[in-house]
Write a protein of this length. Structure first.
Length: 136
């Protein structure tokens, strides 16, 4: 599992076109706009399994605490790895991670849709913990 974590002033997305493994979406999910989120671009890899989820959750909790974040956006992003898990496994692990993060009372978690090419507007803060990368 690979994560690119950005502490943002603003984050916007607009769905452009879907892949063969794309989630079906309603009109309200076609675009989103958020202020001050912690955006996590995430790639699920072949080697990943449920056992790493508690470690990932603990790391994200620590990063949100350090950055005073109250909104986490999980955004599937296949471009972080050349060893991707099959779509079904990736969706399953991403959903399990999102569920565990949604149990955290200190911040809200939103999971972006899977399998879509998206347009992004990303305004990243410039402090020492605003741009992080993790591999599990």
């Amino acid at each position: 599992m690979r994560l690119l974590i950005l502490d943002c002033k603003k984050f916007e997305y607009k769905l452009d076109h879907k892949t063969q493994v794309a989630d079906e979406v309603t009109e309200d999910l076609m675009q989103g706009k958020y202020d001050n989120p912690l955006v996590i671009f995430i790639a699920i890899e072949e080697k990943d399994n449920e056992e790493i989820i508690p470690r990932v959750v603990n790391d994200i909790k620590g990063i949100t605490r350090n950055n005073n974040s109250n909104l986490v956006i999980l955004n599937p992003f296949a471009h972080l790895s050349s060893s991707l898990a099959k779509a079904e496994k990736a969706k399953n692990l991403l959903n399990k991670l999102a569920e565990k993060l949604q149990e955290c009372a200190d911040f809200k978690t939103i999971k972006s849709v899977f399998g879509w090419y998206k347009q992004f507007l990303v305004d990243v803060k410039g402090h020492g913990n605003s741009q992080l990368y993790r591999e599990y």
